[in-house]
Design a protein around this ligand. Structure first.
Ligand code: ADP
Ligand code: MG
Length: 225
């Protein structure tokens, strides 16, 4: 599904190149559940953002379903992101002037799903993540953990084929974190969703079927779990 070849990324700092990713080769098959681990600053978020088309590599190629994403038109990229990818961000990125309900509904609105389907899907996700009572509140009225649950629910709403998650449980209590990991496991096992998560937590990494370790922008280990 994902084929990264020789992916590199640098930032120019005071006329010097500061390398964040160095020649990453990584293939991820449809239905895999991959955990990306490594110390802070090793390039995990950058790599995930490149997979989610939120960032562009300085070099190398990214093919999705056999097609280099650089060949996609702006329209095709937008469709691809809207229909195929769900992203859970480290810092929530919820829309402040929309309620919890409306935030979760957003991807379904963009996908032009009928009203009844949107309503049923949002209700199901509110229930699953135990936030039914919060549905009319705004993000700034929630704790960090609750905001993250809304972020996860929103990422799942459009039933993406590829779910990307950056430290999805970083701000959650362990019981909330478990709810999220169980939801990921179910998506992986029952729905065949391909999942790539960045995590610091070993127990959470173990939910995946494969662990890729980054160090200084390189893949230093890639093991089945
Ligand atoms: P991780 O998620 O593994 O902690 P990141 O991918 O966020 O690592 O960052 C890797 C390195 O890239 C860090 O040293 C960070 O400071 C640097 N970096 C990230 N984004 C930028 C940016 N926009 N400009 C300059 N340096 C950046
Ligand atoms: Mg990061």
């Amino acid at each position: 599904m994902i084929e990264l070849t020789g992916i590199s990324k640098y930032y120019s700092r005071a006329l010097r190149k500061s390398w964040v990713l160095r020649h990453i080769d990584l293939s991820i098959q449809q239905g895999e559940f991959v955990s990306i681990v490594g110390p802070s600053g090793s390039g995990k978020s950058t790599l995930l953002n490149i997979m989610g088309l939120l960032d562009e590599p300085s070099g190398g190629t990214y093919a999705f379903d056999g097609r280099p994403v650089t060949e996609l038109s702006a329209n095709e990229r937008a469709t691809f992101k809207r229909e195929e990818i769900g992203i859970v961000f480290q810092a929530y990125h919820l829309l402040d002037d929309l309620t919890v309900y409306e935030n979760i509904e957003t991807p379904l609105v963009y996908q032009k799903r009928p009203g009844a389907e949107r309503k049923a899907r949002v209700a199901e996700l509110l229930d699953r993540f135990g936030i039914v009572a919060k549905k009319d509140l705004f993000p700034n009225q929630l704790s960090g953990g609750q905001q993250q649950l809304v972020g996860v629910a929103r990422a799942l709403a459009g039933r993406p084929r590829l779910l990307l998650a950056d430290e999805p449980t970083g701000n959650l209590h362990s019981s909330q974190g478990e709810v999220v990991m169980e939801a990921f496991r179910e998506l992986h096992e029952n729905d065949g969703v391909t999942i790539v998560q960045v995590t610091h937590s070993e127990p959470n990494a173990a939910f995946g079927t494969r662990t890729v370790e980054l160090l200084d922008g390189r893949v230093v280990a890639d093991t089945a779990t």
